[in-house]
Every structure is written in structure tokens, then in C-alpha cells.
Design a protein around this ligand. Structure first.
Ligand code: HAM
Length: 413
């Protein structure tokens, strides 16, 4: 039997086929996400992978609702696998807002599920690094998040030649729409048309815009002529002050597909234009209030970065570090009468924190040696008798004789 389409199996290195997914690479990406977020003072949270369906149907907008993995559970509750983390975060923050000093800076690495049409960079599950700030209205928070986004990608060794943050303003688009005579109820539909402009046939989007009373030319003129609003200038100034100005530009083609955004919005793209968006986010000041039924009003903002496009981009730019298994020590057993003493040494080495392997069963010494090399072992240790060992450094090929009771300390030193 095969796995479901759009769902991945993650194998440890070495990869069985060129298009297999690597758990070691996933770990490299997650470790980087965690490391950068923690350096910026963000704390990790998590929530359930299944939520009440209503959490999404009311708040995320039609696009995501059309992609839900939803069903009735055995208690006849309408539930859904989470397609995104933001509604869960808003629910969690609203429930215990008084417990936390503002601004709340939180991150998470959830697995998300969307029944999408499968295409390059889009699967039916993905992991998404989410970083959000709650309880801060000032644009300094928007800039802080964008800086975190930039530094996360830089920590993965991507440079300003590799990616760019395209910054825009949902508010500026809202004003454009209202000043152009757009009806309030049509606003979200309008944002979705603009969101798809780069991916859709011009004639198709032209028709859709006309229905709402706009022309493609009008929209194009706004995009081309787009001057940064005061808000966007302030954000860019803040990013420039950090020396990160090369990583960001104003681009009104960005509007974001989700319904809840209210202010500055942005997406990260690879500069060669080969891939879908690496990350996207923005300010959503009304979502917590909406989700808490008016009880808690917290301004909020954040972004999500998926692992799928990111892994493709890292492969494309040859930025994946060596990921195979490596060992500190391999205890060779050439004399089976020394197996028990060897097991004692294996245990001591592991307790001392050294990555240690040994042959489970009797094996020829040349086979054991080959295995130690395959596992990129540093030290090959062989008991000569119950008191003496030889330790060979497999990198330098230098060999020394060491009393058994001194092996652990000699390797630690
Ligand atoms: P989003 O733009 O829907 O935003 O997703 C963010 C990123 O997740 C995308 O740029 C992409 O890298 C990745 N992604 C989304 N869908 C898929 C998929 N089907 N397959 C692979 N990767 C995917 C959100 O989800 C917002 N909740 C982010 C956010 C957090 N806004 C504020 N805080």
C-alpha cells in the first residue's frame, strides 16, 4: 500500500530515491527555526491538530475553508484538521491573556493539513514555522517580525541574492477599494483576485475585477505607482537600521489570501522566481476579538514559513549541510570472549554522551571496520584483553594503546 497523495514519508539519510524526504533535513530546518526564534526572545507553544470546524469557517476566509480536512467525530462534533495555526493561537492567547506580559512573543512548528491541488511547492500536509507577536500596536513589532523572518533565512545560509521580502499594505488596498467605489461585502473577494493576479490568466482576473466595478488597468496602475505608505516607510527604516535593507522592498502585488489581515502584509520569495512563496504574514488586529466573541481585544501580527518550498530552495542552492549519520566511537569486537567486557565499555561511552555503535552479532573484523568507516566514526576502539584497548583515530589513522578504565576519560579530554 502507498501513502496518501500529498503526504510525505520522511526517511533518515541516505535517501532511498532522489525525491524522498529527509528527516535529517527536516531536523536541520526545525533546529534553525527554533534557534533563530529563541535568539529573538520568542517562546514555543503548541495546540491541538484538530479544532472545531467553526474556528476556521468564520475567520480564515473561503480559500482555506475550501481546503479543509473536516469531518464529524464520534460525538457528532464538526471538526477539522488544522489548516493553519493562527486561529488556534488567537484562541489560546484570548483564553489566558492576563497570564502573560505584553507583548507576547510566541512561536510554534505545527504540521498543517490543506486539501490542495497538488503542485510544485504545495502538498496536503506541511510543517510551518509560525512566529507571532500579540499585544503590540506599534509598527516596531511588524519590523521585529520581518527581521526575524530575514534572519531565519540567513541562518539557513540564504543571502540577499537568494530571497526578498515583498512588503505591502492591506490597509492601502482597502482604501483603494473603498475610494474606487467597492462594496464592503466584496472586499475579501477583491483581495483574493489581487492575490492571484500573478498566477491567473489576465483575461480571467480582468473579468472577475470588472464584476466588482474595477478594471485591470486601474489595479495595475496602483501596483506600479505604489508609493510606500508612512507605515511601510517606518518599517523599512527600522529594517535598514539593522543593516537588513537589501532584503526588503515595497511591492503592492502582495495582498495575502487570508481574510483576517488588517495592516502591513508581506511575503518572502526566492529572487529567481522559481518557487512559490517561502513565507507570508502580516498584521491581523481584529482576529483575537472575533475569536473570543468580543471578550479580548489584542492587536496581533505574525508570519508562517513552510518547510516544503524551503527544502526545495535549499536543495536548488546547494545549501544542505552534510546530514548522514556520524559516530564518535565504534567498539570493534574481534574476540567474542571479550563481548561482555566490550558491552560494558559501550555502555560507559554512551553514558558519557558519546555516540557509540558496535556489532550486535559476531562479524568479520574487516566487515566491522568497513561499517565503522561507513558510519563516519571518529574512534575505533578494540579490546585487546580485559585491561587493554587500542584506540584508532579513523581520521588521522593514529593508533594508541589505552587501559580500559581510562578509555572514557581519554576520549572526553
Ligand atoms: P499562508 O500564506 O497560508 O499563511 O502560509 C504560509 C506559508 O506556508 C506559505 O508561504 C508556504 O510556504 C507554506 N504553505 C502554505 N500552504 C502550503 C501547502 N499546501 N504546502 C506546502 N507549503 C504550504 C498562513 O498560514 C498564516 N496563518 C501565516 C500567519 C501566521 N499569519 C500570521 N501569523
Amino acid at each position: 500500500m502507498k501513502g496518501l497523495p500529498g503526504f510525505r514519508d520522511f526517511y533518515p539519510e541516505p535517501m532511498p530515491t532522489p525525491d524522498s524526504w529527509s528527516l535529517d533535513l527536516r531536523r536541520h530546518i526545525f533546529d534553525t527555526w527554533r534557534g533563530t526564534a529563541e535568539r529573538y526572545g520568542f517562546r514555543e507553544y503548541d495546540g491541538p491538530p484538530i479544532e472545531e470546524l467553526e474556528l476556521y469557517t468564520k475567520k480564515s476566509g473561503d480559500e482555506i475553508v475550501g481546503q479543509l480536512y473536516n469531518f464529524s467525530d464520534k460525538g457528532e462534533r464538526d471538526v477539522s484538521l488544522r489548516p493553519e495555526m493562527t486561529p488556534t493561537l488567537a484562541r489560546m492567547a484570548a483564553a489566558h491573556t492576563r497570564n502573560y506580559k505584553k507583548p507576547i512573543k510566541w512561536f510554534s512548528i505545527p504540521q498543517l493539513f490543506r486539501y490542495e491541488r497538488q503542485q510544485k511547492g504545495r502538498l496536503r500536509e506541511h510543517f510551518q514555522f509560525n512566529a507571532d507577536i500579540l499585544g503590540e500596536e506599534n509598527l516596531a513589532a511588524d519590523a521585529e517580525l520581518i527581521a526575524l523572518l530575514i534572519d531565519t533565512l540567513r541562518d539557513l545560509k540564504l543571502m540577499s541574492d537568494d530571497f526578498i521580502i515583498r512588503l505591502s499594505s492591506r490597509r492601502a488596498w482597502q482604501e483603494f477599494f473603498e475610494n474606487g467605489g467597492g462594496k464592503k461585502d466584496d472586499a475579501y473577494e477583491f483581495y483574493q483576485i489581487v492575490d492571484k493576479l500573478e498566477r491567473e490568466e489576465p483575461a480571467v482576473s480582468g473579468k472577475k475585477l470588472a464584476k466588482l466595478g474595477f478594471s485591470r488597468e486601474q489595479v495595475n496602475d496602483f501596483i506600479e505607482g505604489g508609493q510606500p505608505t508612512d507605515e511601510l516607510s517606518a518599517i523599512i527604516g527600522n529594517i535598514e537600521a539593522r543593516g537588513l535593507g537589501d532584503f526588503i522592498k515595497v511591492d503592492y502585488r502582495i495582498i495575502r489570501g487570508l481574510a483576517y489581515y488588517t495592516g502591513p502584509v508581506y511575503e518572502a520569495f526566492d529572487k529567481r522566481g522559481k518557487f512559490r512563496a517561502i513565507a507570508g504574514g502580516g498584521r491581523y488586529d481584529h482576529l483575537v476579538k472575533l475569536i473570543s466573541g468580543g471578550k479580548t481585544d489584542l492587536p496581533a501580527l505574525g508570519f508562517g514559513m513552510g518547510d516544503v518550498v524551503l527544502a526545495e530552495l535549499l536543495k536548488d542552492r546547494d545549501l544542505i549541510p552534510p546530514l548522514g549519520q556520524t559516530l564518535d566511537a565504534f567498539v570493534q569486537i574481534t574476540d567474542e570472549s571479550l563481548r561482555k567486557a566490550s558491552l560494558g565499555l559501550v555502555q560507559q561511552l554512551r553514558q558519557a554522551g558519546l555516540l557509540t555503535e558496535y556489532p550486535l552479532l559476531k562479524a568479520r573484523p574487516d566487515k566491522q571496520f568497513k561499517r565503522a568507516l561507513e558510519l563516519e566514526t571518529t574512534w575505533l576502539i578494540t579490546l585487546q584483553n580485559l585491561n587493554q584497548t587500542t584506540i584508532k583515530n579513523l581520521e588521522t589513522r593514529v593508533e594508541m594503546t589505552v587501559p580500559l578504565i581510562e578509555v572514557v576519560t581519554s576520549l572526553q579530554g
